[in-house]
Design a protein around this ligand. Structure first.
Ligand code: UDX
Length: 434
């Protein structure tokens, strides 16, 4: 089937490439000439394991093209996926739909036959209705339908998540839209990926509910971690103890420095705005957001405590800057408030991240020293803080690290070491919730 993707950001590029890999004929459109030029040269603007190779393979086979010409991108297409950004609107936290509506207005008059317009971007309830209204107003052919098909993939594991989804969610108001989407996802359907058909509004809300629920699990376990520290219990054992109950499940129960990234912070806020507008009070999600904000800002206090009460004049090595491993994404990363507070409170910060350094330089305060490795940044440090659990940080030579440090505090915000091994190396170990 001929498919168009509008927007070659994270979701658009991964989805388009995977659709092409299923055998569909895919054209990805973006207004950003620089981005398209890069993609045509095989340069991928984001860091996502496996993506570069998959893009190259599908371009070679002629199934994947990039263009800045919308008319060309739409030619012969049966389904048009809108995958543009929906960032948090400054001031009120609502999802900013400017790009979604702009794209709709532009494409409507170019359509030559009825198609299915699908939102892949995370969009608030009712966006599909507004897209349908705009399409009509701008003269899209009679019979053009609008569907919602939210994406649940995680950064760093996006291709695997796309190809082996827990479920495919399709919110549509008519049979044709359902049939077209069924056909597009047929390769996954044959692999027995559950396909869920709902109304458009339900699908739109389900995406927010999923993210809010996952965020709730994280804030919940983070609060349990605080309680564990206060009463002398171990949050990892608590997580295992509750997670083995099928009704709870073991995933998303890792205590840490709070959730970040391009989805949870933005989507929880947007869900609250939707609830507010609908006159509904959503106390749980409100608390989840508050708990997370407080937590991210409190990480500096852990460092101060480990250093005897203050970070002033201390040298702190920060390991891992991106919001999670296997991505260069720094959006809402817990490292940002931590490093800012450390610098404000008079610490000298040296930092390292395997792929996030370019992004980090744009967002972290001046004066941070960036090193080339964990070993380099710990030299003469009073404390080492692990903020992101990249695999390459999981087997550090702790004895060697201790030897090159001036102090001996290891603050492990991701619980990737055991107390005994850290102590054996002569480090004072400060995990989370243990
Ligand atoms: C998330 C959803 O998982 C995905 O389904 C949705 O489509 C987009 O948002 P992503 O933001 O890429 O994906 O990463 P995810 O792995 O979910 O982690 C989000 C944040 O939560 C990270 O900062 C991570 O460190 C944190 N987290 C996750 C925890 O602190 N503890 C956990 O147990 C799990």
């Amino acid at each position: 089937m001929k498919i168009t993707l509008i927007g070659t950001g994270y979701v658009g590029l991964v989805s388009g490439t995977c659709f092409a890999d299923f055998g569909h004929d895919v054209t990805c459109f973006d207004k950003d000439h620089g981005k398209i030029e890069s993609l045509e040269k095989g340069i991928i603007p984001i860091y996502e394991p496996g993506l570069e190779q998959l893009v190259a393979q599908n371009r070679e086979r002629g199934r994947l093209r990039f263009t800045t010409d919308l008319a060309e991108a739409l030619e012969g297409s049966e389904a048009i996926f809108i995958a543009v950004g929906t960032p948090s609107r400054r001031g009120d936290g609502h999802a900013d739909l400017t790009f979604v509506y702009e794209a709709t207005r532009e494409l409507a008059p170019m359509l030559k036959k009825p198609v299915v317009v699908v939102t892949k971007s995370t969009v608030p309830v009712g966006t599909g209705d507004e897209i349908a209204r705009i399409l009509k107003e701008e003269g899209a052919p009679e019979g053009t339908s609008v569907a919602s098909n939210p994406e649940f993939m995680r950064e760093g594991a996006a291709i695997a998540d796309f190809k082996h989804p827990d479920r495919i969610l399709i919110g549509a108001e008519d049979e044709r839209a359902r049939d077209v989407l069924k056909e597009i996802y047929r390769p996954l359907f044959l692999n027995r990926a559950p396909m869920l058909f709902t109304s458009r509004r339900t699908a739109e809300l389900t995406k927010y509910a999923a993210n809010a629920f996952l965020a709730t699990k994280i804030s919940f376990i983070n609060e349990m971690a605080d309680l564990c520290e206060a009463v002398g219990a171990d949050v990892q054992d608590v997580a295992r103890g509750i997670g083995l109950d099928n009704r709870i499940g073991p995933k998303f129960l890792h205590a840490g420095p709070g959730f970040g990234g391009s989805c949870f912070p933005k989507d929880t806020l947007a869900l609250l705005r939707t609830a507010e507008e609908a006159g509904v009070v959503n106390r749980i999600v409100t608390s989840v957001v508050e708990v997370n904000e407080t937590r991210k800002n409190a990480m500096v206090d852990r460092v101060a405590k480990a250093l005897g009460g203050s970070v002033e004049g201390k040298r702190v090595a920060v390991l891992g800057l991106t919001f999670k491993p296997n991505t260069d994404d720094m959006r809402d990363a817990p490292s940002i408030p931590l490093v800012k507070a450390l610098v404000e409170q008079g610490a000298q910060v040296a930092a390292f991240d395997p792929v996030g350094m370019d992004e980090a330089r744009k967002l972290l305060p001046d004066g941070v020293h960036y090193g080339d490795s964990a070993v380099e940044i710990v030299k003469d440090a009073d404390a080492l803080v692990i903020v992101t659990e990249w695999d390459e940080f999981r087997a550090l030579d702790l004895a060697r690290i201790k030897d090159s440090m001036r102090g001996n505090a290891l603050i492990d915000l991701r619980n990737i070491y055991e107390t005994q091994e850290a102590e054996r190396a002569g480090l004072a170990y400060y995990p989370v919730g243990r």
